[in-house]
Ligand binder design. Sequence first.
Ligand code: SAH
Ligand code: SF4
Length: 429
Amino acid sequence: MNVRDSEIILGMLKEKGYAPVSKPDQAELVLFNTCSVRQHAEERVWGQAGMIKKRGARPVIGIVGCMAQNYQEQIFRRLPQVDFVCGPANIYDIPLLIEKALKEHSQLLAVNMEKRPLLCDNGYRISNLKAFVSIMYGCNNFCSYCIVPYVRGREVSRPLRHILAEVQDLAARGFKEITLLGQNVNSYGKDLPGPLNFVRLLENLDRIKGIERIRFVTSHPKDATPELFKAMRNLASVCEHLHLPLQAGSDKILHMMNRNYTLKDYLKLVDVLRRQVPDSAISTDIIVGFPGETEKDFKKTEQAMKDIQFDEAFVFKYSPRFKTKAAEFKDDVSNKKKLQRNHRLLELQGAISLKKNKHIIGSTEEVLAEGKGSYFQGAKKKQAVLGRSRSNKVTLFPGKMDLISKLVRVRIKRTTAHTLIGEVDDKKN
Ligand code: SAH
Ligand code: SF4
């Protein structure tokens, strides 16, 4: 989501004549687009922004995004060199804020959460092949650990016609893949009049010629439906990959997290998905060290991961977030234990990912070639084309760089936990 916001900001700056420089001390303008989801992300911004030194009135310094919304004028107290603080809903004000900062030399605050415009595409994209498309903003779920509803506000869906116009434009410009973005894409349309929902949106987008692949993040288990899984099976451009955060395997912890499902509900969903879309990949998010997580609770997460066999898992150490319900609970799992649990799960998942990838050896995957990469054959480093399979696995294969931006059939020869390595399948291209 921040990458997409940064892209919009870059587009506006380009229109104003700004161009990127390679080192911060050469810049006339330094913006930090920030994330508040975990403490670590915030610490990096406090540290890095603190290191930007002013030479007179330059550079103009802005703190943008969730930390701006979260800390507001506190930022000016901690970082007096900052010229403006701009929340995620106000990013369209950035050109104006820069102009004002240059004229007035006063500290400016733009944190009006109601202001987010829904027609939000200035055409600028970092890639010319794959694009993020925001379909909604905010979140209504209030998972007890999560700051998102406080810094991004309540759910607002963009009107269908805006999204369709944006994707039609991308298709006309030659884009092949889109990733739909929302904190909980399954609840798309609930705030709009009429029968529109996420599956209807997918059906509409699937009809747009030229868009070969549609991905989406994130789906909340409580709103993921068999209807969605059917759409994944039946709509040609919708990729067979679901990111479905489990967060924890213990029902006690899930309840304390306010996730509104049990492990049993989750297992049932996975079962239905795998019956509907047998070759579907599933990835997940897990939090370790949530308040009250005992070794027994943690073992339930481990067991759930063994039972489910995810293709990929992102594991996070819990950090208390100001304003959230869980911040009232005692953060009673030590950092050392959080780290150990984090390592244990990453190790477990590494072995599972490798085992799952080994099953793919010998099969032919459709890969969207995106750029250059390399891999080792023995001690020798080999240049390769890099892309992703429909199930979102990074795939490398030797080939000419003019394959980039094409869909290539690749026969998988070997694999690591995170990468498939193959060669162009001449029979199937
Ligand atoms: N809306 C998405 C993404 C939310 S943030 C979703 O519901 O999945 C991405 C991930 O960050 C979450 O899934 C969660 O695993 C993690 N996360 C959120 N708050 C956290 C916190 N306070 N400490 C550690 N991890 C957190
Ligand atoms: Fe945060 Fe939960 Fe909303 Fe995801 S669904 S953004 S974890 S409150």
